[in-house]
Design a protein around this ligand. Structure first.
Ligand SMILES: C[S@@+](CC[C@H](N)C(=O)[O-])C[C@H]1O[C@@H](n2cnc3c(N)ncnc32)[C@H](O)[C@@H]1O
Length: 443
């Protein structure tokens, strides 16, 4: 990884192209990596450079602004992205500095910026010389130091006072690999034994009963039991949705925003007998992944495309005993897994998301049987998308009762003033950030 040469330089050039695709192209990292099919030894390096650079982008660009004689926005996107990749390497310390500089300069040539090679060299060398002074100046600004957009730092300080700093830090930690054991096909003890026999260590989660944390991280298809549908990849925060939903045999259950199907599959794995599950999603394209997972895990559900906010177009009129409403959201709770969220999400996106979430909640409530439970979840940590949506709903709907605290005994403590539901903050219980509100419909 550290020797200078065409391979590593090409990996840096490829990483810069991916980073520029997010920064300047507004594309998601998942999409860009899905089309990055070139294999080979440099694949891991390319991906880790892309993730690391995007994770630290807001700090790296602040550094670059102090080093270069022109603003990064005025440079060709692949050139400024490449310099961020080079700075990331110098800061991460995983590559000897001389190799990081030499390979970044070579990568500039690979990207067609021949005449900028000297400029790249000068910028990176200046950083090496003035590193302490530059970092002290950059890190005086909390948004740059924690590598987050300013709007999000301010929103977290306002929404989660006392926890904002810990959230910002947790968002920059490389996330662990968490698996979910398919209870229909395996036990936790069986999975632990098989993983250990294959050289992995695993540990359980305090709250998510089907979760195993596995080290070292690996391509999941190489894990024992994965190809046989005994394991899935899922953060414990997502697994906790099913702990709270408490699905039972014989019930009619709607997963109203189901794709790609992680929670649909989990709830089916957990019910120890027949139940009638509908996995609904507005995106036919994304439902393909639900069908694939159901097939791999040996599970069965009705999978249908439809708008949960307009049930007249797909609902047969029979109420559901339980509804999982895992709303589309800002994804600000899963930044540690998707660092591109920091760049792609804007403050201005939130009001439209909130309107959509409230409309989905109103519509889904109308499909719930009396005595039934609706679980509202999101992978956002912003109060506007969580506590505030649910508070307004509860104020307008006397037939609804917040039942969350009864089911979250033993979870990290919350203050009564925190509002309805339960927000799990990133890193707090070794999980992503998530929000849950169990809403009971009075008989
Ligand atoms: C957070 S994701 C759901 C993740 C899923 N529950 C899981 O665990 O794998 C939100 C989903 O809501 C879907 N969606 C957005 N608006 C919708 C609507 N009006 N009706 C149904 N699904 C919708 C999106 O297509 C997306 O797949």
């Amino acid at each position: 990884m550290s020797g200078a040469g065409p391979g590593p330089a090409r990996a840096r050039a490829a990483a810069a192209t991916i980073v520029a695709g997010v920064i300047a192209g507004g594309r998601s990292l998942d999409d860009l990596l899905a089309s990055d099919t070139e294999d080979g030894a440099a694949r891991g390096l390319r991906r880790s450079l892309a993730y690391g650079t995007l994770r630290w982008h807001f700090r790296l660009v602040a550094i670059l602004r102090r080093l270069a004689d022109r603003p990064p926005e005025g440079m060709p996107p692949s050139l400024s992205a490449l310099m961020e990749v080079g700075l990331f390497q110098l800061l991460s310390g995983e590559t000897p500095p001389h190799a990081a500089v030499a390979e970044t300069v070579q990568a500039a040539r690979e990207l067609g910026h021949r005449r900028a090679a000297g400029f790249v060299n000068a910028v990176l060398r200046r950083f090496q010389r003035e590193r302490e002074t530059i970092l002290a100046a950059v890190d005086a600004d909390p948004a740059a130091r924690t590598a987050h957009p300013r709007w999000l730092v301010e929103a977290l300080e306002r929404d989660r006072p006392g926890a904002a700093e810990a959230i910002l830090e947790a968002n920059n930690v490389h996330p662990p690999l968490w698996l979910r054991v398919n209870r229909r096909r395996w036990t936790l003890a069986g999975a632990e034994q098989a993983l250990s026999a294959s050289g992995f260590t695993s540990s359980r989660h305090a709250l998510a009963r089907d979760a195993l944390r596995v080290e070292p991280p690996a391509d999941v298809w190489t894990l024992p039991g994965f190809a046989e549908g005994r394991l899935s990849v899922q953060d414990p925060a997502a697994q906790l949705a099913v702990e709270l939903l408490e699905p039972r045999v014989g019930e009619r259950i709607l997963d109203a925003c189901a794709a790609p199907g992680g929670k649909t599959c989990h709830l089916l794995e957990r019910v120890e007998g027949p139940c009638e599950v509908t996995a609904l999603d507005i995106s036919e394209e994304r439902l393909k992944r639900v069908r694939d997972s159901l097939a791999r895990l040996g599970l069965d559900a009705e999978v249908r495309a439809g708008d949960a906010a307009a049930p007249g177009t797909w609902w047969d009129g029979r109420p559901y005993d339980r509804i999982l409403l895992d709303v589309p959201c800002s994804a600000t709770g899963v930044i540690r897994r998707h660092p591109d969220i920091k760049l792609l999400r804007r403050a201005g996106d939130i009001p439209a998301l909130v309107r959509r979430q409230a409309a989905l909640l109103d519509a889904a409530w109308g499909l719930l049987a009396r005595g039934g439970t609706l679980l509202y979840t999101s992978c956002s940590v912003l109060r506007a998308e969580n506590e505030e949506v649910v508070s307004r709903f509860l104020a307008a709907e006397p037939g609804a009762r917040d039942d969350t605290s009864r089911r979250t005994a033993g979870w990290p403590a919350r203050l009564p003033t925190d509002g309805p539901g339960h927000a799990l903050l990133p890193g707090e219980a070794d999980t992503d950030g998530f929000y849950y509100a169990c809403l009971f419909k009075r008989p």
